[in-house]
Write a protein that binds this ligand. Structure first.
Ligand code: ZN
Length: 192
């Protein structure tokens, strides 16, 4: 009986050790798949590091952070936009290893009313702006020129890339691949 108990005890300990190792491996895998995305909103002056993993639901905190600041209306962000930003961050760091990427945000979610208001004031907002769908963001990255950011975003060949040289930001979205205001730079663009 004593032997049986010892065997049982050993089995339980091994079982627990196996579970611990299994859990640690699972946690490591999750940590590897989770990428920190630092943001700073230039309008609200708020900062947030979003820990994004592909397929992860967008939290209330993120939707609040990405809100339409003019109406204080929370966003309903598309998780796939953060997949794109994870890849954009990796592409920037590959080309410019000295840059610690932070996305300074000019505009994320825009309520339809805000979009219309900005348009009526002569802004360049599209009638069907992707910002209203929570799958677009206007950003700049300190350390990168607007042109460099545009080129790296273009080389991903995913979604829309808008170049706003005068205002110093780049629009990216996860809609179909397209570029504006001009396609001219594509002819000489070097993607490595
Ligand atoms: Zn935009």
């Amino acid at each position: 009986m004593a032997l049986k108990n010892a065997t049982l005890k050993k089995w339980l300990i091994c079982g627990a050790a196996f579970c611990a190792a299994f859990n640690a491996a699972a946690q490591n895998a999750e940590a590897r798949a989770t990428v920190p995305l630092p943001f700073y909103n230039l309008h609200t002056k708020q900062a947030m590091v979003i820990h994004h993993a592909s397929g992860k639901a967008v939290s209330k905190e993120i939707n609040d952070f990405m809100r339409d600041h003019r109406r204080n209306e929370p966003a309903n962000m598309d998780s796939r936009l953060f997949d794109l930003l994870v890849d954009l961050k990796a592409a920037i760091e590959k080309r410019h290893p000295h840059i610690k990427v932070k996305f300074e945000t000019i505009s994320a979610y825009r309520a339809p009313q805000t979009n219309e208001m900005l348009r009526s004031k002569g802004g360049s907002q599209a009638t069907q702006s992707r910002h209203m769908h929570g799958d677009a963001i206007d950003i700049r990255v300190p350390g990168l020129t607007t042109k460099e950011l545009r080129d790296i975003a273009t080389c991903l060949r995913r979604g829309g890339v808008g170049y706003y040289a005068a205002d110093g930001f780049v629009h990216v979205d996860i809609d179909r691949v397209r570029y504006w205001p001009s396609h001219d730079y594509l002819a000489t663009l070097k993607c490595k």
